[in-house]
Design a protein. Structure first.
Lengths: 110, 114
């Protein structure tokens, strides 16, 4: 089983739709969780950290479910500019390394 | 402007040649990292350094070498021993290198083998 697993997509949604991605992680001792956004042929950029209580940043909401070992990202009122690959990132359980998922591709169409 | 710079943007390597990728940061971060990204795969850690003059192997260090002589700089050399070097190489940095730290990425270097 991979340490971090994501549905690669693509998720094709119309503008204004709500879309949600899940990401599962294998080690219950992981402590830090992040969502990064990566545009085609560009570097990943931090979208948001994920806190135990859940957190929201504008149209984006991140949730952590430790019992089921998954994190989620909800995007409301999708914009064309949201089209990108979303990377789930989890801290390694015994080192200071981060483990990156392969990403979920989102395509928002007019 | 604070940030991470990588050069060159594109690099071509001939068979048997060593090439060096540059990574510089002016964020005053202690920790720096090198990743490799291949199509359909997540980022894989090559080397990382949490302090000047010290670095550790990541998950795929074979065929690569690094140095950390200055806090701002963490160059990566792709040696001829790396048999499949074609990839997108990303450098990142974080404040202290702890597992709770956010990592910030440079724009990347695309390496192609001729």
């Amino acid at each position: 089983r991979k340490e971090v697993e994501q549905d690669p997509g693509p998720f094709n949604v119309p503008e204004g739709a709500t879309v949600a991605f899940n990401c599962t992680y294998s080690n219950s001792a992981s402590q830090s969780f992040f969502w990064y956004r990566q545009d085609c042929r560009k570097e990943p950029k931090l979208l948001m950290s994920v806190y135990s209580s859940g957190n929201e940043d504008g149209r984006f909401t991140a949730q952590l479910n430790r019992a089921s070992q998954y994190i989620s990202l909800l995007i409301r009122d999708s914009k064309l500019s949201d089209s990108a690959t979303y990377l789930c990132v989890v801290s390694s359980y015994n080192t200071d390394k981060l483990i990156f998922g392969t990403g979920t591709r989102l395509q928002v169409f007019p | 402007d604070g940030g991470i710079t990588q050069s060159p943007k594109y690099l071509f390597r001939k068979e048997g040649q060593n090439v060096t990728l540059s990574c510089e940061q002016n964020l005053n971060h202690d920790a720096m990292y090198w990743y490799r990204q291949d199509p359909g795969q997540g980022l894989r850690l090559i080397y990382y350094s949490q302090i000047v003059n010290d670095f550790q192997k990541g998950d795929i260090a074979e065929g690569y070498s690094v140095s950390r002589e200055k806090k701002e700089s963490f160059p990566l050399t792709v040696t001829s021993a790396q048999k499949n070097p074609t990839a997108f190489y990303l450098c990142a940095s974080s404040s202290t290198g702890g597992r709770l730290e956010t990592q910030y990425f440079g724009p990347g270097t695309r390496l192609l083998v001729l």
